[in-house]
Write a protein that binds this ligand. Sequence first.
Ligand code: 6GU
Length: 228
Amino acid sequence: MRIDIVTIFPEYFDVLGVSLLGKARDQGLLEMRAHDLRQWTHDRHRTVDDTPYGGGAGMVMRPEPWGEALDALVPEGESPVLIVPSPAGERFTQAIARELAVEPHLLFACGRYEGIDQRVIDEARSRMRVREISLGDYVLNGGEVASAAMIEAIGRLVPGVIGNPESLTEESHEGGLLEYPSYTKPGSWRGRDVPPVLLSGNHAAIAAWRREQSLDRTRRIRPDLLPD
Ligand code: 6GU
């Protein structure tokens, strides 16, 4: 999978060289590149923003550098998915991560300030699939951290990125419930014992206990995930 990111802060994406995604990049499974939007400016100050038409607080990103960036990064006849992180977008979920994990090419457009001139997104829709996506109901200063989170959620679902694919099926948000609690050695720590059922060797009892824990945790913390 190829992932291009356009941002005025490419250094935010240094994290993509670390840990699992970094290894996947070294192995050639994920080809991730962060591009500085300012390379597509032509004025002395490398301006990317301006005041909003209609007035109001904050600045809006001008369309011209974005148009040139998309022209440069989208090969003729190719249709990547353009992802525009925005608190005004649809809410990001594991289901969306799964949909995007099978795409050969994703392009993240990280806005700053009050966002990107809407014509960039409208024009892009005429030649590629566009998704405006929000991480959740809170406000970040720009799309960079949101993009990094989405890239991690999507990238780890690309075949080969995670060594043991079974570890993907048990986790929170894959089975519709929150994940059960996990324990490792030692069996007793600061007066707290590992639940005895996990030491029983009874696989059916362990599975039943884990399911009950998942259900209980989901009822307490995320009842909205349970069917009515
Ligand atoms: Cl995707 N962008 C920004 N700026 N803020 C957010 C967000 C995205 N998701 C939640 N808050």
